[in-house]
Design a protein around this ligand. Structure first.
Ligand SMILES: Nc1ncnc2c1ncn2[C@@H]1O[C@H](COP(=O)(O)OP(=O)(O)OP(=O)(O)O)[C@@H](O)[C@H]1O
Ligand SMILES: CC(C)(CO)[C@@H](O)C(=O)[O-]
Ligand code: BAL
Length: 284
């Protein structure tokens, strides 16, 4: 497995690839602290692509000043070992200077959603992700990119920039990998104390409640579904709800009525740890 921190070195390697007809380059970007959810992206990429590239970069542009940029887990040696074992060909490891040199002043804004979603709670997030992924796609030159359903709203941003900016890239969404008790795997789960970890599955329970209300009980009033989720979440007094939303899967706007499929999305604070999770639920 090769690694590179230099854009020109990476580009020279990319140009030197002798791909046969139909062979593809797959790419999954990460912020490191890799767990089985990330490794599922890798396995999906290995299945479909002859050459697999990953990146590890904790992107400052998607963090607000009060967020956890400084304490975000960094464990590059362990991460590289995991990627090597799975047969990744190249890992791009840029730093802030390379990605955002002095004078950098171009931002990609994906205008999806407003209201009770990630865009509202983390105003830097959609712009930061759209920008860094556009840059990474331009550097890496992938045919296929792999993103996790756990960050469903990020997936919508990526699908929109690929569509709207005419990128010749196929976006593959990989299902959310969960712990045995339902908690979605996330690098931020490392922050949870034992007490908080025991309470964290309530987020998945609330999503299951929404799914049950829509699929089995045929509830079509989105406010009722929101109330149902909040009732479950409030069983754990330490959980602070940021949103428990029923969103359009395309625009990320809140819906009033549950028609065909919707994105059920939750964000909570458990102590100082932020957890997000979601499910796509079909009403028909
Ligand atoms: N549990 C999971 N199942 C599937 N994919 C996942 C999971 N967790 C993260 N991913 C995907 O891995 C990629 C990199 O995500 P990232 O490095 O931010 O990890 P993370 O675990 O989501 O960390 P964070 O704590 O920042 O949410 C993204 O496409 C993300 O959706
Ligand atoms: C896609 C991404 C690597 C962009 O920084 C990040 O948002 C993540 O890890 O999900
Ligand atoms: N998992 C998405 C990256 C972030 O939370 O900033």
């Amino acid at each position: 497995m090769l690694t590179s921190s230099s854009i020109s070195e990476y580009r020279a390697w990319r140009k030197s690839l002798k791909l046969k007809d139909g062979e593809l380059v797959g790419f999954f970007p990460t912020m490191g602290a890799l767990h089985e959810g990330h490794l599922d992206l890798c396995r999906a990429a290995k299945e479909k692509c002859a050459v697999v590239v990953s990146s590890i970069f904790v992107n400052p542009a998607q963090f607000a000043p009060h967020e956890d940029l400084d304490k975000y887990p960094r464990q590059q040696e362990e991460d590289l070992k995991k990627l090597r074992e799975l047969g990744v060909d190249m890992v791009f490891l840029p730093n802030n200077e390379i990605m955002y040199p002095p004078g950098y002043d171009t931002w990609v804004q994906a205008d999806v959603g407003s209201g009770r979603n990630e865009g509202a709670v983390r105003p830097h997030f959609f712009r930061g992700v759209a920008t860094v992924c556009t840059k990474l796609f331009n550097i890496v030159q992938p045919d296929m990119v792999f993103f996790g359903q756990k960050d469903a709203q990020q997936c919508v941003v990526i699908q929109h920039i690929v569509r709207d900016l005419n990128m010749d890239i196929e976006v593959v969404i990989v299902p959310t990998r969960r712990e045995a008790d339902g908690l979605a795997m996330s690098s931020r789960n490392q922050y949870l104390t034992g007490e908080m970890r025991a309470k964290a599955p309530v987020v998945y329970k609330a999503l299951c409640k929404a799914k049950e209300m829509i699929e089995a009980s045929k509830e079509r009033n989105a406010d009722k579904v929101r109330e149902g989720m909040k009732e479950v979440l409030s069983q754990e007094p330490l959980v602070q709800i940021q949103y428990a939303s029923v969103l359009s899967t395309d625009t990320l706007l809140e819906v009033e009525e549950v028609e065909s499929k919707v994105l059920i999305a939750i964000a909570v604070m458990l102590g100082s740890t932020r957890l997000i999770d979601n499910m796509i639920v079909h009403s028909g």
